[in-house]
Design a protein around this ligand. Structure first.
Ligand code: SAM
Length: 213
C-alpha cells in the first residue's frame, strides 16, 4: 500500500525524536492520518508538518500529536476532554489507545466533518463531539482523567481544574499567539503540580478564556 512506507518513515522519525512509548507508536501507526487531511494533501499526511484543514485551522505535526499523547499517557477506559477537535486526528489517537474522548470544536463545519470521519473509521462510539466554546470545558461529563488543549491559551486554565479528577492531568500550550510553552498540570491531593515541557506553536484558542480577536 502506498502509505505503508510513509507511515513507517514517520514512526522512525518519531522514535529518533524521543517517542518511545510503544502504545503511542502503535496508535500513530494504526490511525490513517491521510483520512484527516484536506483532499489532495494525502501524500503529505505523514510528513513532519502541520497541514491546513480549512477555516484557517490545521492538523498538528505528527511529532506534536505523539509528544502530547506520550505526556498524557492515556490508559484504556480513561475519560479525556479535548479542546479543539479540528480534523479529529488527536481524538482518534486517544480513542485508539482505549480512551473515551469528549471533544469540543468551535467551527461547526470542522466538528461535523470530524464526527463523520471518526464514525467512518470506527472511532465514533468512543468519541463524542460538541460544537461550542471549549475554553469553558464540558462540565456535564466531568470529572475527566485528562484534559488536552490543542490550541494555544493566553493563560493557565485554572477554572478547569475543577473538571479534573484526583490525579488528573491537564496539558495545555500557554503563551503568546505565535508561540507557547507546553505545560502540564497534575491534580494531586492538596495541590496542583505544574511542569513546563517546552516551546510549541499552536493556533490560538478563542472563546471566553481564549484570545478575543
Ligand atoms: N486536535 C486537532 C486535530 O487533531 O486535527 C488539531 C486542532 S487545531 C491545531 C486547533 C482547533 O482548535 C481548531 O480547529 C480551532 O477551531 C479549535 N478551537 C480554537 N478555539 C476553540 C475553542 N474555544 N473551543 C473549541 N475549539 C476551539
Amino acid at each position: 500500500m502506498i502509505f505503508e512506507k510513509k507511515i513507517e518513515e514517520m514512526i522512525r522519525r518519531l522514535e529518533a525524536k524521543g517517542i518511545d512509548n510503544p502504545r503511542v507508536l502503535q496508535a500513530m501507526r494504526k490511525v490513517p492520518r491521510h483520512y484527516f487531511v484536506a483532499p489532495g494533501m494525502e501524500l503529505q499526511a505523514y510528513d513532519e508538518k502541520a497541514l491546513p484543514i480549512g477555516f484557517g485551522q490545521t492538523i498538528s505535526h505528527p511529532y506534536t500529536v505523539a509528544l502530547m499523547t506520550q505526556i498524557l499517557n492515556p490508559k484504556s477506559g480513561e475519560r479525556i476532554l479535548e479542546i479543539g477537535t479540528g480534523s479529529g486526528y488527536q481524538a482518534a489517537i486517544l480513542s485508539e489507545m482505549g480512551a473515551t474522548v469528549f471533544s469540543i470544536e468551535k467551527v461547526r463545519d470542522l466538528a461535523l466533518r470530524a464526527e463523520r470521519r471518526l464514525k467512518q473509521l470506527g472511532y465514533g462510539y468512543r468519541v463524542l463531539i460538541r460544537i461550542g466554546d471549549g475554553s469553558l470545558g464540558w462540565a456535564a461529563h466531568a470529572p475527566y482523567d485528562a484534559i488536552i488543549f490543542t490550541a494555544g491559551a493566553p493563560n493557565a486554565p485554572e477554572h478547569l481544574f475543577a473538571q479534573l479528577d484526583q490525579g488528573g492531568r491537564l496539558l495545555v500550550p500557554i503563551g503568546e499567539k505565535d508561540e507557547q510553552i507546553l505545560t502540564l498540570f497534575i491534580k494531586e491531593q492538596q495541590k496542583i503540580v505544574k511542569k513546563e515541557i517546552g516551546k510549541l506553536r499552536f493556533v490560538p484558542l478563542k472563546g471566553a478564556h481564549g484570545w478575543q480577536s
